[in-house]
Design a protein around this ligand. Sequence first.
Ligand code: HEM
Length: 160
Amino acid sequence: MTSGEPAGFANAAAGSSGEAAAAGGATMYERVGGRDWFVALVDRFYDAVAEDPVLRPLYPEDLGPARDHLALFLIQYWGGPAEYNEERGHPRLRMRHQRFAIGDAERLAWFRHMRAAVRAGGLAPHDESEMLDYFGSTASLLMNRDRGHKVIGLGSSASR
Ligand code: HEM
């Protein structure tokens, strides 16, 4: 399973302005301009997490590794180099989040900070909404507690 080569079409029609890239770049990774954009996104996000009373207790004291892992993961997910897999193995996000209690409050706080971080990133509207959709649905998928704090297992509703 490789992340694939960027589709190799030469962006011949790109012509004059930078906005052509937003319309025609092969991957989100290319359209945002590569790794620096994701590193900055994750920095904005974790700066907010560091101040959040709901989320902060879930994370280790040192947020450095969490920043690195999330940035590498997103770079890989959106079409950049697959360094996350080399360093961390298969993402298995649901399993990796199982040990943190993630209910509605945690999901909402996480998404609120990520939405603000994405919106500060100056994306083309179509890319911004694609990214927000992705974060919203993935955050829902990672919930593992219901409102009454019961554990929602991997078992019964697992196969999605
Ligand atoms: C729903 C709310 C979420 C909460 C409360 C949450 C919380 C956490 C926590 C506490 C860690 C561990 C950090 C560490 O040990 O250094 C973590 C790791 C991670 N999270 Fe989340 N997360 C959430 C949603 C998401 C979403 C939506 C994504 C992806 C789109 C994501 C991607 C990751 C990645 C890639 C890691 C690093 C995994 C690893 O390599 O160990 N998380 N998260």
